[in-house]
Design a protein around this ligand. Structure first.
Ligand SMILES: [Zn+2]
Length: 406
């Protein structure tokens, strides 16, 4: 059995140990030691990383009651010899801050609101607890944050005890212990009594700031996302950088930002409306002009157009406006946008040509696809020929197309 140094002292960063066994399993090369300060994944807390004789420790897991230190390459040291272990302290201390912060957060939610913590996950960027409530108000979250932060500033000791036999019953535990083996109690004086195998700082003060970032309902529970310690400081720094940049860009004081953005959005909506009105007005003029230029075809008015760099959507609007304005209109339009051609053929209610049939030869010409109804058809293809050439093809087709009674 490996002696777990982190159980008695979570602050051990360097240690020496004897190798009990070197091995390899489906997760890689590993070594087992007679004692270790490396924490293995468990209880929601991720494993420690660091070095064993200068070789990176990339994963630590408890398998069949034994702690396997997975290294990036096999250790050169033989079984029975001594190795030096160094724990990546930045990572571990961060885990201690998040883990102890979770104890406090869970304790306050349970003691003041009756919301029990169902699960805990310590993630790479933030941590979550799932609490057994379907709703959580902003006011509650703020109150909880305040109470937690007060306890943090009270600098309360966090201690561990190993009660013998049934003597754990004298402590107000949140849950009775599930294991029969020796029970390790983590005590935050006056606040929390928990059977826990994780690593914690020795006082609440070391947790640093705690901030709830968000919460969302998950079936019958609520998932609360939070950060502690350095992570909270980093989060503040990132958010501060963003608000500063926004503040400069919008020439607005930080606390006026929400209002400034709202004003911008209102203004944008107004502008969009103005543009739409202007476009509509322009369209009316264009329709008049195009119809004035129309030629006579079989007693109807033929409008032929080739356009460049014009959104298909506005072209479609123009065609609609033309055929709506004049029931005798026949519109043949080819639009080029970069290497794409778009063909539209449409008519008013009076001519009875089948535009869907009419358009097909032109679409094949440009390797295109499309179709529609007898009164209006369209399609797109490649600009393998000029728009003028396609228009000519459409006009030839119009000459040949027999009237189809619609
Ligand atoms: Zn714990």
């Amino acid at each position: 059995m490996t002696q777990l140094l982190y159980y008695d002292d979570a602050y051990i960063q360097k240690f020496t140990a004897k190798i009990i066994q070197n091995g390899q399993d489906d997760k890689g090369y590993y070594s087992m030691l007679d004692q270790t300060a490396f924490y293995p994944t468990g209880g929601g807390q991720p494993f420690d990383t660091g070095l064993l004789n200068g070789i990176p420790v990339i994963n630590v897991e408890k398998i069949n009651g034994e702690i396997r230190h997975y290294t990036s390459v096999p250790l050169q040291a033989l079984e029975g010899t001594e190795v030096e272990g160094v724990v990546d302290w930045e990572r571990r201390f961060d885990h201690m801050q998040q883990h102890a912060g979770q104890h406090l957060l869970s304790a306050i939610f349970a003691d003041h609101y009756g919301f029990k913590t169902v699960s805990f996950h310590l993630g790479r960027e933030s941590s979550t607890i799932d609490i057994d409530t379907e709703s959580l108000s902003e006011e509650t979250v703020h109150k909880v944050e305040e109470m937690v932060q007060t306890i943090i500033y009270q600098h309360r000791p966090i201690t561990t005890v190993w009660p013998e036999g049934d003597s754990w019953q004298q402590y107000p535990l949140r849950k009775p212990p599930t294991v029969n083996e020796a029970i390790r109690l983590v005590i935050i004086e006056g606040i929390d009594y928990n059977a826990c195998g994780g690593t914690h700082p020795s006082t609440t003060g070391e947790i640093g700031p705690l901030k709830v970032l968000s919460w969302e309902r998950q079936k019958h529970q609520t998932r609360v996302t939070f950060v502690c310690g350095w992570r909270a400081v980093q989060a503040l720094d990132e958010k501060h950088t963003i608000t500063q940049r926004l503040s400069q860009t919008l020439s607005s004081q930080e606390h006026d930002l929400p209002e400034a953005v709202e004003q911008l959005l209102v203004k944008q909506k107004e502008l969009e409306k103005t543009i739409e009105d202007q476009e509509q007005l322009l369209l009316t003029y264009e329709v008049k002009e195009r119809l004035a230029e129309a030629t006579n075809h079989d007693g109807h008015r033929l409008v032929t157009l080739t356009l460049n760099d014009r959104p298909v959507k506005t072209c479609q609007k123009l065609v609609t406006a033309l055929t709506d304005t004049d029931p005798h209109a026949i519109v043949l339009m080819v639009v080029q946008n970069k290497d794409r051609l778009h063909v539209i053929a449409a008519r008013g209610t009076e001519p009875h040509y089948n535009m869907n049939q009419l358009i097909q030869p032109s679409l094949s010409l440009i390797n295109g696809k499309g179709g529609g109804k007898p009164e209006r058809a369209q399609g797109g293809g490649e600009a393998v020929v000029t728009p003028e050439y396609v228009l000519k093809q459409l006009m030839t087709q119009l000459q040949e197309t027999r009237k189809v009674e619609g």
